[in-house]
Design a protein around this ligand. Structure first.
Ligand code: PEP
Ligand code: MG
Length: 541
């Protein structure tokens, strides 16, 4: 019997190629006081920093994806922040070697930049990357994974940083990582580039370089020496198209470029416009006019149809410098999303006004809707809806991300017009599993039976009071899962640009009978793996 490793699959088509293993990262050097000559040690640091910035520029030039270029640019800006250089200088003056000075400086810099000592997801990952790379340059030990220029490979790694994915070309057919959950950087990039991946594959590092691998993203499996069926097509390929699709296919947008891209892919609307993304590098609070301009620009690039702006979802993994944040031991459970409205009332009201102004400017007041993230109670929803309606919005909704609000849906009748399920956070709170945690990634698999049942409950509760249900979390970027979602009554699926075409193809083919049959079998499953297999099998019958 062949060896099969399991993880979370990203993509729809199996690939087979040889493993190209990227060695795990080395540990950082021990902290050491060597009392170096301050001037020459700072020259070493400046040279290492300059080399790192050149490396980032070179990778950025190679990157195919705009989002990767943006991450690399942000890393370059952060690395060259004069405050960081000042901290390094102080540490060197105290006798630390440049390597130690960078590590100590980065600890302090992380705390100051992010306003808390705890993990802040991708931002922290960026700072760790900067620290690691500068130290590599200081030690003259720069690992450059030169991917082959021809042939086909499956990259196998502990995890991948933006710099590593930047060099991906068509040679990379698949990716297997030990870490990274369904919303990790690796998963997002693979979706965008259409690379089959299995992330959170705990056995990944057992795979030797050169081993022949069959990666099946639909099943989330990596089979050693497995054979690829050369005629394999995505599972929906044989199904005929239907006249009346069960759901609309919207897209998630976080930049003007995203908006342009999903428009070119014929998205029927935008189900999640993440407004906080525009302010990740903004240090002072934007004026009403500045906000209006930002929203207006993105709105002008959006497709026709409904455009759902999500109000500022700051906090936890998305710190925003100009909002008042208290230091919290547990930020994901703290004052984040709409909860920040209490300590930042001016910004939150102005944001709604600015979105409305942008809608007027673009002549799209009938299309533009707003929804609030992180709503836990019906009264929070009512408060948000009241303000939004006073400003002039006709369509107002909330995100369902906190399990408590599921049993309150009945009380949202006449309060909101729609709800949109954020499965990324809903999983995090339902399973008490930090969405950034690589070790808990299995619990965050959107096929987990408990999540499937919660989603069904949401739809049942919403149907009773006539509220429309959409899904905008990563679950709606999984075409197979979309079958289940349509079966329980979700009428808007909002997926990432990378998955949009697949989701559109599936939605145009699935009948009500098929979707309902998928629900029946999925609800009988005892594991995420089983749920996926049962639904797939039901569609092949
Ligand atoms: C979600 O939580 O599923 C969601 C769509 O919001 P975000 O990922 O931006 O928190
Ligand atoms: Mg969320």
């Amino acid at each position: 019997m062949s060896t099969i490793y399991r993880g979370i699959g990203i993509g729809n088509t199996s690939v087979q190629a040889e493993a190209f293993r990227i060695a795990p990262r080395k540990s950082l050097p021990e902290l050491a006081k060597t009392f170096p000559n301050v001037e020459s040690e700072m020259v070493r640091y400046q040279e290492a920093l300059a080399a790192f910035v050149r490396q980032l520029d070179a990778k950025s030039a190679q990157a195919q994806e705009q989002s990767v270029k943006e991450i690399l640019y942000a890393q370059s800006v952060m690395a060259q922040d004069p405050e960081l250089a000042e901290m390094v200088l102080q540490n060197v003056k105290e006798g630390w070697s440049a390597e130690s000075a960078v590590q100590l400086g980065m600890q302090k810099f992380t705390q100051e930049l992010l306003g808390a000592s705890d993990e802040f997801g991708e931002r922290v990952a960026d700072l760790r990357e900067i620290e690691y790379r500068i130290i590599q340059w200081l030690q003259g030990d720069v690992e450059e994974h030169q991917l082959p220029k021809t042939g086909e490979i499956i990259v196998v790694a502990e995890d991948l940083s933006p710099m590593e994915t930047a060099t991906f070309t068509d040679v990379v057919k698949g990716v297997v990582t030990e870490k990274g959950g369904p919303t990790s950087h690796t998963a997002i990039i693979c979706r965008q580039l259409g690379i089959a991946a299995v992330v959170a594959c705990t056995d990944a590092m057992k795979i030797n370089n050169g081993t022949s691998l069959l990666v099946n993203p639909t099943l989330g499996t990596v089979e050693i020496d497995g054979t690829l069926n050369a005629n394999e097509k995505p599972w929906w390929h044989q199904l005929p198209t239907q006249a009346n699709p069960l759901a609309k296919v919207f897209a998630n947008v976080g930049s003007v470029k995203d908006a342009q891209k999903v428009k070119s892919l014929n998205a029927q609307g935008v189900g999640l416009l993440r407004t906080e993304i525009f302010f990740l590098n903004t240090k002072t609070s934007p004026t009403l006019e500045a906000q209006t301009d930002i929203y207006s620009e993105v709105l002008a690039a959006c497709p026709a149809g409904e455009i759902i702006f999500r109000t500022m979802d700051a906090g936890s993994d998305k710190p925003i410098a100009f909002l008042n944040f208290a230091r919290e031991a547990n930020p994901a459970l703290g004052v984040r999303g709409q909860r920040l409205g209490k300590s930042n009332p001016k910004f939150f009201t102005e944001q709604l006004q600015a979105i409305h102004n942008a809608a007027i400017k673009n002549n799209r007041t009938n299309d533009v809707a707003v929804m609030a993230p992180m709503i836990a109670t019906a009264s929070e929803a009512a408060e948000f809806a009241k303000t939004a309606r006073q400003i002039g919005f006709k369509q107002v909704g909330i995100m369902v991300e906190i399990p408590a609000v599921i049993s309150e849906i009945a009380n949202l009748k006449g309060v909101v017009d729609f709800i949109s399920v954020g499965t990324n956070d809903l999983s995090q709170y339902l399973f008490a599993a930090d969405r950034q945690s690589a070790d808990l990634a299995q619990l965050l698999d959107p096929w987990q039976p408990a999540l499937l049942k919660s989603l069904k409950e949401i739809c049942t509760n919403a149907k009773e009071v006539g509220i429309k249900v959409g899904v905008c979390g990563e679950a709606a970027s999984d075409p197979l899962l979309c079958v289940y979602l349509m079966g329980i009554g979700v009428t808007t699926l909002s997926s990432g640009a990378g998955a949009l075409t697949s989701v559109q193809e599936v939605v145009s083919r699935i009948t009500k009978t098929q979707a309902e049959a998928a629900v029946k079998v999925a609800l009988a499953a005892r594991s995420a793996q089983e749920a996926k297999q049962f639904v797939l099998a039901s569609l092949k019958n």
